[in-house]
Design a protein around this ligand. Structure first.
Ligand SMILES: [Zn+2]
Length: 189
């Protein structure tokens, strides 16, 4: 990061929203005006775009398990990728699969995130054991969902199995469960 050369650097969420096309028109103008005249923030944006392109490549190849903004998933759809999506309410379950034609498999977890400033995403196996965790997932103020991209290579190798995702928020004395989501996986026919 080279923002030391800038007296009022654009913040990362604003640059990310700009890159995703997720900013209001007025905010777009102010980002563009700033970046036109500020080499430091232009560098920052270039770096972000490079990382974004890498994430997009990895996502479209099904190589990463990660939380993404909803606008990012929409961008993959707009680019013509075959995106299989499952939407779940807290406490909900879904019968899921992956087919040979799916480029990306995503889970959209509805969650009441009001008042929550930190959240972790936990993956549990059929026995309820924690197998993966993403600490401090990105939370956007306006969002009432958490969008996850799965690894399609891993999904394609799965037998019929149940897995769980759990959103938790740290609180004094422990973690509070914000939502738990059940995935009843069936291998592709
Ligand atoms: Zn700047």
């Amino acid at each position: 990061m080279n923002a030391a050369a800038c007296g009022a650097p654009l913040d990362l969420p604003a640059l990310l929203d700009y890159w995703l096309g997720d900013l209001a028109p007025g905010a777009v103008d102010s980002v563009e005006e700033h970046v036109m005249s500020c080499a430091a923030c232009a560098d920052e944006l270039s770096g972000l775009v490079a990382v974004g392109a890498g994430i997009r490549r990895l996502a479209s190849a099904g190589r990463i398990w990660t939380v993404v903004p909803g606008a990012f998933l929409q961008r993959l759809v707009d680019e013509g990728l075959h995106v299989r999506q499952y939407r779940l309410a807290p406490g909900g379950s879904v019968q899921c699969t992956v087919t040979a034609s799916d480029d990306v498999v995503a889970a959209r977890l509805d969650a009441d995130l009001r008042g929550i400033t930190r959240a972790h995403l936990v993956k549990l196996d059929a026995a309820g054991r924690e197998v993966h965790r993403i600490e401090d997932i990105p939370l956007s103020d306006s969002s009432d969902e958490v969008v996850i991209i799965e690894r399609t290579d891993r999904l394609r190798a799965l037998p019929a199995v149940i897995e769980y995702l759990r959103l938790v928020t740290p609180e004094p004395g422990g973690e509070r469960v914000v939502g738990e989501y059940t995935f009843i996986h069936t291998p592709s026919p």
